[in-house]
Design a protein around this ligand. Structure first.
Ligand SMILES: Nc1ncnc2c1ncn2[C@@H]1O[C@H](COP(=O)(O)OP(=O)(O)OP(=O)(O)O)[C@@H](O)[C@H]1O
Ligand SMILES: [Mg+2]
Length: 262
């Protein structure tokens, strides 16, 4: 399980004053669960993810993987284990190299992390592409010849290649058509259910409450750097306790229907 404990991140702004982007944020992404993190633009979602991935040093607080400091887990990963966490981003086609085929993109991730013996890399990459639901004929295509949904599937295959314990999606479906969004969300749920490539938990960052309602088992609400509410989505959306959660629900095009929970 992934745990962030009391994370505070402060940025120094021009003029010297400090800006607190995260204020004592704690959350858990438990094994077997899809945990959601929702909040408006600027609430600190990406800052938290960057901290979890070790790209941003917190002013205080710690990130733990299975109770151990995440830094140790990253060091172990460099010695050849799987990665503790891996990311999928919003802009799938932009995240891929336009000159690389789908197979090459996944093969490269395997090579970089040294997670498959050289002669096995292409077979392993093909297996991962099939795991994310891509037909064999897509393997040889470049991003320009793939749909947005197919590009995102390649990004997901590439993200699970280094055998992450936790897969973090930062708005991974918000750039896709609604019908494609549903299929990609189902893919996330399927990968977790199958423990694909050792996957144990998913952290889903989104501003879209419909995404949370569709697949999250638990959700945290972040407002201006603070967690203001957390709970099981169906319960929270039926009776939001915090004014900010109510505002998010009112602003959402999605309406939670207790008679028809997803
Ligand atoms: N390197 C930085 N230096 C100074 N301020 C920063 C830095 N990175 C982020 N911030 C500020 O921290 C706050 C949170 O930003 P963050 O990118 O984490 O928000 P977000 O919730 O991911 O927003 P979005 O939904 O738009 O992606 C914002 O006010 C942002 O301007
Ligand atoms: Mg962001």
């Amino acid at each position: 399980m992934l745990e962030a404990r009391g994370i505070t991140v402060e940025f120094r702004r021009r003029g010297g004053e400090t800006f607190r982007a995260l204020d004592n944020v704690s959350l858990k992404a438990a094994d077997g669960m899809i945990t959601g993190l929702v909040g408006e633009s600027g609430s600190g979602k990406t800052t938290l993810v960057r901290t979890i991935c070790g790209l941003q040093k917190p002013s205080s607080g710690e990130v733990l993987i299975d109770g151990r400091d995440a830094g140790e887990a990253y060091a172990a990963a460099r010695r050849g284990g799987g990665l503790p966490v891996s990311m999928v981003f919003q802009d799938a086609s932009g995240a891929l190299d336009p000159r690389q085929t789908a197979l090459d993109a996944v093969a490269e991730a395997l090579r970089v992390h040294g997670l498959a013996p050289r002669p096995r890399i292409r077979d392993e990459a093909a297996r991962l592409l099939s795991t994310v639901g891509l037909p064999a004929d897509v393997a040889g295509r470049r991003p320009g010849a793939m749909s947005g949904g197919q590009c995102q599937r390649v990004c997901i295959a590439r993200a699970i290649a280094p055998r992450p314990a936790v897969l973090i999606g930062d708005e991974p479906v918000s750039a896709l058509d609604v019908s494609v969004q549903a299929r990609i969300l189902k893919l996330f749920a399927k990968l977790l259910a199958e423990r694909a490539n050792g996957l144990r938990a998913i952290l889903m960052i989104t501003h879209d409450l419909a995404v949370v309602s569709a697949i999250c088992d638990y959700v945290y609400v972040l407002e201006r750097g603070r967690i203001v509410e957390h709970g099981v989505p169906s319960e929270m959306f039926a009776a939001p306790r915090h004014a900010y959660t109510r505002r998010l629900l009112q602003a959402a095009s999605f309406k939670y229907d207790p008679a028809n929970p997803v």
